[in-house]
Design a binder for this molecule. Structure first.
Ligand code: BMA
Length: 306
């Protein structure tokens, strides 16, 4: 179903750079005004994650900026800014990213403390203003905005481990706790399931007539990151309409099976252009690959494997 466009990565680390020397991975990609925009996580000589920007006319060949567009500024993100996801909404780019800090931000969950699910905004994709975290006081990440307001409000998926939750906001800054709801979690009662241990969101939810199509990730005791599909109700995304039991994508190429972290495909982007879903992903936390699929094939798979 999802096919790699090549057995090779489309973007590699740059050994001549100080900040993207070792790894480039987990990019956000938005197609806007005839250009493909990419924001990608990079690690260089100091192993701190920064976010770089690249632009492309065809989604395949990328031109990178020499310097990162988002990097740590204080103790709340001094260990790195990670895993961007971007939407174009209300005439600006909005990014969700993980701020990885030095001090525990509150109650650690499985990730061990010091993690904030941040939101930032940009008119040109290059200069970014930090807005606020979606929630404080807990390790929470894998957050992603819906590409439009739902019932007049901004909406976001986030992970309050081990479950994926929804949150709503009028202003992107205040996300009332009392309106947060869990949607789905790991299939713990089925130890052999590919996602029995952990799940999280990938790229921006895809709006279709059948519902919000999510490509998500998960793993089981084998700790092999794979992708699956989830379909949510358009007006009430806490309603899961379908969740096929089988994964749709997993590490196969050597650079996905080895890399900096082995057995990882991890995606923060699935833009749809002319009916084709472009899944950009990090392989082995080391390089960036691309797999594509007609949107209607994914929907047919979901409807025949609810
Ligand atoms: C997750 C995130 C991702 C990473 C993945 C695999 O927790 O940190 O950025 O790709 O682990 O290492």
């Amino acid at each position: 179903m999802l096919q790699r466009i090549s057995s090779q990565p489309i973007l590699l680390p740059d050994p001549t750079s100080d900040w993207e020397t070792y790894n480039v991975f987990n990019p956000a990609v938005v197609y806007h005004n005839g250009l493909w925009h990419m924001w990608y996580r990079a690690q260089g000589l100091d192993w701190i994650s920064r976010i770089g920007y690249a632009v492309s006319a065809d989604g395949l060949q990328w031109n990178r900026l020499r310097r990162p567009v988002l990097q740590p500024i204080d103790g709340s993100d001094s260990r790195g800014v990670e895993d961007p996801r971007v939407v174009w909404l209300d005439g600006r780019f909005l990014m969700t990213y993980t701020a990885y800090g030095r001090e525990p931000s509150g109650r650690p969950t499985h990730a061990g403390g010091g993690i904030l699910p941040m939101i930032a905004s940009s008119e040109n994709g290059i200069t970014w203003q930090r807005l606020a975290p979606l929630v404080r006081g807990e390790d929470n990440k894998d957050h992603v905005l819906f590409p439009r307001k739902i019932n007049g409000r901004y909406a976001a998926l986030h992970r309050r481990w081990p479950n994926v939750w929804i949150a709503y906001s009028d202003n992107l800054v205040h996300w009332p706790e009392e309106e947060m709801r869990p949607i789905y979690g790991p299939r713990r009662e089925e130890p052999d399931a590919w996602d029995s241990k952990s799940v999280g969101s990938n790229g921006v939810p895809i709006e279709t007539d059948a519902g919000w199509l999510l490509i998500n990730h998960g793993y089981n005791d084998d700790h092999v990151y794979k992708f699956g599909l989830v379909l949510l109700d358009l007006n009430d995304p806490t309603r899961v309409l379908a969740r096929p039991k089988t994964a749709v994508f997993w590490p196969q190429e050597l650079w996905e099976l080895r890399g900096d972290v082995p057995n990882v495909v991890f995606s923060c982007a699935n833009p749809v252009v002319s009916g084709v879903v472009y899944v950009y992903y990090g392989g082995g936390d080391h390089a960036i690959g691309l797999a594509t699929c007609p949107l209607h094939d994914l929907l047919a798979f979901v409807s025949s494997n609810p």
